[in-house]
Design a protein around this ligand. Structure first.
Ligand SMILES: NC(=O)c1ccc[n+]([C@@H]2O[C@H](COP(=O)([O-])OP(=O)(O)OC[C@H]3O[C@@H](n4cnc5c(N)ncnc54)[C@H](OP(=O)(O)O)[C@@H]3O)[C@@H](O)[C@H]2O)c1
Length: 286
């Protein structure tokens, strides 16, 4: 992703406006920190009716809620809510979707943002943790949510499932073990390819009324690589200093997905621009 990162723009436009957000209901996974936190803060500040922070650690979610309430002026209201969701567990994903179905009157967009990048070999649901969290549970969540958000769409509106992906996957020369043992890039590539297939071939927006798009936030200064080996994080720190977007800036790409039209269905968006990211022609999938 080096070349794409080296030329990435900063100070992106904020494409969700108060009139677009007012009274709407949004769900953001992995909303306690990083890009998910900043996107949720924007949505609450812009006047959303409900912002669900879907987090694996409710205590971290409560702290995030307090910060967002202070920034958005929503303290003492039920606008921002913290709901448990652990993407390492299929049961948790299923329970979360049942709760969305049971408790939310409407859903306008879900930002599927939660992901993990780590070198430690940890298993969940029979697969490496990052495969389960970044790919399998993410696709499971999108698939289970699709009929629910369709049912809960406001009259005449097309709800969005915004899948937070990464162009890093396309540039990855890693096998499934990943560079320095970090399995990340290939999981984001698998997510992208699976979502494209799902969206374009299996659930076209004109049949379901639901827009599924992918967004790449670019290289952003977050704590995503907190569990990576030291030599990797040192190199990343240099890249962050040279090219990184702030988490707030990068979160604007997530919000682009929230408002992008039907033409974004099945496409990988980046930098708040129209049109899809074109992968390098030397992409090797073998
Ligand atoms: N930062 C970048 O440069 C960059 C570039 C391209 C794409 N992205 C993508 O952007 C998204 C957000 O990343 P970020 O940079 O904001 O990273 P981050 O700060 O590490 O945020 C990741 C979020 O995912 C949550 N999460 C991890 N495992 C989970 C699980 N099992 N269940 C539920 N939530 C879980 C984390 O919760 P905890 O706090 O509890 O760990 C955290 O809230 C990811 O999809 C990432 O792949 C980031």
């Amino acid at each position: 992703m080096t070349s794409a990162v080296a030329t990435q723009t900063r100070n992106l436009p904020l494409l969700v406006t108060p009139s677009l957000a007012a009274g709407r209901t949004y769900i953001v996974t992995g909303a306690n920190t990083g890009l998910g936190f900043e996107a949720s803060k924007h949505l609450a500040t812009l006047g959303a009716g409900k912002v669900i922070l879907a987090v694996r650690n409710p205590a971290a979610g409560d702290i995030a809620k307090q910060e967002i309430d202070t920034a958005a002026g929503t303290a003492g209201t039920s606008v921002v809510e913290v709901w448990p969701l652990d993407m390492a567990s299929y049961d948790s994903v299923r329970a979360f979707v049942r709760r969305v179905d049971a408790e939310l009157e409407r859903v306008d967009a879900v930002v599927l943002n939660a992901a993990v990048a780590q070198a430690k070999r940890e298993m969940a649901e029979g697969h490496l943790l990052s495969v389960t969290v970044n790919v399998l549970s993410t696709i499971l969540l999108a698939t289970l949510l699709l009929p629910v958000v369709k049912r809960k769409a406001a009259e005449g509106a097309m709800p969005r499932l915004v899948m937070v992906a990464s162009r890093a996957g396309f540039d990855s020369k890693e096998d499934w073990r990943g560079s320095r043992g970090i399995l990340y890039g290939p999981t984001k590539l698998a997510e992208t390819l699976a979502v494209r297939h799902l969206a374009r071939e299996l659930v076209p927006a004109d049949k379901t009324g639901v827009i599924i798009n992918l967004v790449c936030p670019g290289l952003c200064v977050t704590n995503l690589a907190r569990n990576a080996p030291q030599d990797f994080t040192e190199k990343l720190r240099e890249m962050h200093a040279k090219f990184g977007r702030t988490a707030e800036d990068g979160s604007r790409t997530l919000l682009h997905g929230v408002v992008a039209g039907v033409e974004s269905h099945g496409k990988l968006l980046h930098s708040c621009e129209d049109g899809e990211y074109v992968a390098p022609s030397n992409l090797a999938l073998g």
